[in-house]
Write a protein that binds this ligand. Structure first.
Ligand code: CCH
Length: 279
């Protein structure tokens, strides 16, 4: 490993049979912490996995989870990644305990482990990512979606990775988890009342709740009558677009199908550009 960076650091020998189950267990052990957000680091770990992979460009084969380039500036400082140091730092002691796992495998495995621990589907995941030695392979800024835009933008961003409409809606269901933080993205609040449980509640809220523009000095976002739940403009695009909407309806009614489609799409996302894991 160290021969890659040319530095004479300690030689890390991978165990004959790396115990990914032990790494998963260590991740599970740091998830729940009273006082952090809604009591779990699960959602921010899912966002880390997604942002590490969502930079993939199918045409050039650049970006993606392989390399774990988000450890380096400028990618670590891209606006879309604001707040993700929280997730990367949380994983440092686990990386220290299991030095044979690459950051790239760890960031993606943490997302998978968090989803499963929060009640979500089993996500097929395989190791095999390596760590880039420096920032040379960082993708350019602007590869991740801009929440203030609409359906055409989402299709362009996810189409670049190789996803179709159905996969886009399935992946968006991850917003059933976690919340927006004013000091990270500028947006504020959770999408559901159960932000640490993986479910189809996000789709139920989109379809069954009433959404209106929030009146405030922040960026355009939508709120329900209680003012406690929120949707981003890109979330609203899923019910305003005539091709996305039927899929939202389907997932709102049928959690099993959502789980199945999400597991396949998230697994594909984390495999993009990984040697030997061509989607
Ligand atoms: Fe997302 N997301 N996301 N998102 N996201 C944010 C938070 C989370 C967009 C924008 C935002 C996906 C798709 C999109 C999570 C998972 C996924 C935030 C708030 C914004 C803004 C960040 C903050 O302030 O902390 C946009 C735009 C799109 C697509 O158009 C996909 C795909 C996934 C995963 C499969 C998760 C989880 C969070 C919550 C993070 C937390 O800290 O609670």
């Amino acid at each position: 490993l160290d021969s890659l960076s040319g530095s004479p650091g300690p030689v890390i020998t991978a165990p004959a049979k790396p115990d990914y189950g032990a790494v998963r267990k260590a991740i599970e052990d740091v998830l729940d912490v009273d006082g952090y957000d809604d009591g779990s680091y699960g959602p921010v770990l899912v966002r880390l996995a997604w942002h590490s992979a969502g930079t993939y460009d199918k045409a050039s084969g650049t970006g993606g989870s392989n390399g774990a380039t988000m450890r380096f500036a400028p990618e670590s400082e891209h606006g879309a990644n604001a707040g993700l140091a929280v997730a990367r730092n949380l994983l440092e002691p686990i990386k220290a305990k299991f030095p044979w796992i690459t950051y790239a495998d760890l960031y993606t495995l943490a997302g998978v482990t968090a989803i499963e621990a929060m009640g979500g589907p089993t996500i097929p995941w395989a190791p095999g990512r390596s760590d880039a030695p420096d920032s040379t392979a960082c993708p350019p800024d602007g590869r991740l979606p801009d929440a203030s835009l609409g359906a055409a933008h989402i299709r362009e961003i996810f189409g670049r990775m190789g996803f179709n409409d159905r996969e886009i809606v399935a992946l968006s269901g991850a917003h059933t988890l976690g919340r927006c933080h004013a000091d990270r993205s500028g947006f504020l609040g959770p999408w559901t009342n159960a932000p640490t449980t993986f479910s189809n509640l996000y789709f139920q809220e989109l379809v069954n709740n009433k959404w209106r523009k929030k009146r405030w000095s922040g960026p355009v976002q939508y709120e329900d009558k209680s003012g406690e739940l929120m949707m981003l403009p890109t979330d609203m695009a899923l019910i305003w677009d005539r091709k996305f909407k039927p899929v939202v309806d389907e997932y709102a009614k049928d959690e099993e199908t959502f789980f199945k489609d999400f597991a396949a799409a998230f697994s594909k996302l984390l495999a993009l550009g990984v040697p030997g894991q061509a989607a």
